[in-house]
Design a protein around this ligand. Structure first.
Ligand SMILES: [Zn+2]
Length: 346
């Protein structure tokens, strides 16, 4: 190999390298070219190995050509690298640009289920009177659901509740939230002010006004010297907070095995204001809950001395309260979870 051969090889290497640099698409491709051509084991080093076969006086000339080739490739790499970086930056700026004039997208917000919303409102009103929320289990035993509430196995009042039994001896799906009264009395010492919201179950044929699952809120207050007047005053405040300060209320005699005396609590019809309409069967009144003084037997089952303590209890159907608030006429709507229905409540 002579001087001319080596020089031609170097020129060819430069031409190929410059072409490759020109066509490189990104920084990684440039790095690869640099390594392949100029690296320690690169092609330029490979060509220069032939320098040893040249006469000594030719060697500096080849060295000069080799330096020129290295310089040309180096500067081509740097130039192409700068161009690529600025075009990448431009692309990124365009891609990541924020159009501040674009209208905002609406955020889809969930809403409380009307039953939950109603329970929350009931709890908030009674909370102002010191009532604290407790929760009992949905699977109860016969003892707490019936017997300790003064409903023994052969009591005719059991016909009031069509019970769903669980396949475990003595257990059932609670038919009301009242067993929570027993649980709270076993757990707390008077003064007791408990609110017990929860799901209840009965064996019912389902239609617009009957459901096999429904919600109740039970209230229990036990203290020394608690009277019917306390009950009446509290429920009157509740009705006014729920339905308006001008609403009249009344007690009517009622019957529950676990309260004595028992009452039904009526509020002036929220539809007609008391003049009588189909919604209130033309009576002008709507019954919103049942209540009464806790039966001494129930206090005893709760572990409290009825000579010392008196209490009152009340229980309301949450669906009924929600129906009156939102003019809903079909109980099934609460269970179907149709978003077109649920989306109407804010
Ligand atoms: Zn009415």
């Amino acid at each position: 190999m002579d001087l001319a051969d080596l020089t031609r090889e170097l020129e060819e290497l430069q031409a190929q390298a410059l072409l490759a640099v020109d066509e490189a698409a990104d920084a990684a491709a440039l790095d690869a070219i640099e390594l392949d051509v100029l690296g320690k084991k690169g092609r330029l080093t490979g060509v220069l190995r032939g320098i040893g076969s040249l006469p000594p006086e030719d060697r500096p000339r080849v060295g000069a050509v080799a330096n020129a080739v290295r310089g040309a490739i180096d500067s081509a790499l740097a130039e192409r690298g700068a161009a690529l970086r600025s075009s990448e930056l431009r692309t990124r700026l365009v891609r990541e640009a924020v159009d501040v004039t674009t209208p905002g997208r609406p955020i889809r917000r969930g809403t409380l289920h009307p039953i939950n919303e109603t329970i929350a409102e009931i709890a908030a009103i009674f909370g102002q009177f010191g009532f604290v929320v407790y929760e009992g289990p949905e699977i109860e035993d016969d003892v707490r659901n019936f017997q300790m509430l003064n409903i023994p196995p052969d009591h005719p009042a059991r016909d009031l509740w069509d019970t769903l039994y669980v396949d475990v001896e003595g257990h059932l799906l609670r038919t009301h939230t009242s067993p929570g009264q027993i649980r709270v009395m076993h757990q707390e010492q008077p003064p007791i002010r408990a609110l017990l919201p929860g799901r209840c179950f009965r064996y019912e044929a389902i239609d617009a006004s009957h459901a096999s699952e429904f919600f109740q809120v039970e209230g229990l207050m036990v203290d020394e010297g608690t009277t019917m007047a306390d009950l009446k005053g509290l429920l009157d405040q509740f009705a006014k907070a729920m339905y308006g300060a001008d609403k009249r209320t009344r007690f009517r005699p009622g019957y529950y095995p676990f309260t004595e005396p028992s009452v039904a609590f009526d509020v002036e019809c929220v539809v007609c204001g008391g003049s009588g309409c189909p919604a209130c069967s033309r009576s002008g009144w709507m019954t919103i809950l049942g209540a009464g003084m806790v039966h001494p037997v129930v206090l005893q089952y709760g572990g409290l001395d009825p000579e010392r303590y008196q209490g009152f209890a009340f229980g309301m159907g949450v669906e009924r309260i929600a129906n009156l608030r939102h003019s809903v006429g079909d109980l099934r709507l609460y269970m179907e979870n149709d978003l077109r229905f649920l989306g109407q409540f804010r």
